[in-house]
Design a protein around this ligand. Structure first.
Ligand SMILES: O=P(O)(O)OC[C@H]1O[C@@H](O)[C@H](O)[C@@H](O)[C@@H]1O
Length: 226
């Protein structure tokens, strides 16, 4: 046990909100309308948890950049937000868990592959932005998950050593990003089942935040090799 600061770094989609089905339906609808239909399995394997530049490149089978990327991303995200808007709610146990972490002076951050428009929709729509010391979104990095850049930037911005950070993730790309950043990872079984996550490398797998406490998080970090 040390007094060095700790940080909890939260993925957004599939973690702060249990919204994966809405993203899937939006992607399927968008890709179909563009003449490049995809399946749910293709979404889960190639798009889930990834930044839009990588997702669009997969759908259109070519690089998508600049103004075209911005336009297509907003087209897809507008579909998603319309589908999810009336269902928007925090994941079970999230608010109590954020309050408990904050009461212990643990730094809190969001590290998301989503664009800023969706960050605004989610954090401000739920009025939870005030909990977080920093937010890192897709526009702030060069490399999306599974590259660790998003989480390393979040750790740097809250001033906490990556080895003292715990990442909360639902997607394989995000779990890999946290692990490659030298962080402990807690997997939320929202997008994937507990069985599917067993070999993901996550230190802990939970169904939702009601199963977590500050003590569990401190214990995970204290067992990180130095
Ligand atoms: O990194 P996060 O918060 O899970 O965000 C990833 C998601 O961002 C969304 O914008 C994409 O449409 C999803 O397909 C993707 O999974």
């Amino acid at each position: 046990m040390t007094d060095a600061p700790l940080a909890a770094l939260f993925d957004m989609d599939g973690v702060l909100v249990d919204n994966t089905d809405f993203h899937i339906n939006a992607w399927l609808q968008f890709a179909q309308a563009k003449g490049f239909p995809i399946t749910r399995d293709q979404y889960v394997a190639n798009i889930n948890g990834r930044v839009s530049a990588d997702a669009m490149a997969y759908v259109f089978q070519r690089p998508v950049e600049g103004g075209e990327l911005i336009t297509l991303t907003e087209e897809k995200e507008a579909i998603y937000r319309e589908l999810y808007r009336s269902h928007l709610q925090p994941a079970p146990g999230l608010i109590a868990f954020l309050e408990a972490l904050k009461a212990q002076n643990i730094k809190l951050a969001v590290g998301t592959s989503a664009p800023m428009s969706n960050v605004h929709f989610t954090l401000d729509g739920l009025q939870i932005r005030r909990y977080f010391d920093t937010v890192v979104d897709a526009s702030m990095v060069r490399h999306g998950k599974p590259d660790p850049e998003i989480y390393l930037k979040a750790a740097e911005r809250v001033g906490v050593d990556p080895a003292r950070c715990v990442v909360f993730e639902d997607a394989f790309a995000g779990i890999e990003a946290g692990l490659r950043g030298g962080m402990q990872v807690v997997a939320l079984a929202t997008t994937h089942t507990q069985a599917e996550l067993v070999n993901s490398g996550a230190a802990l797998i939970v169904n939702d935040f009601t199963e977590l406490s500050v003590a569990t998080i401190e214990a995970l970090v204290d067992k990180t090799p130095r």
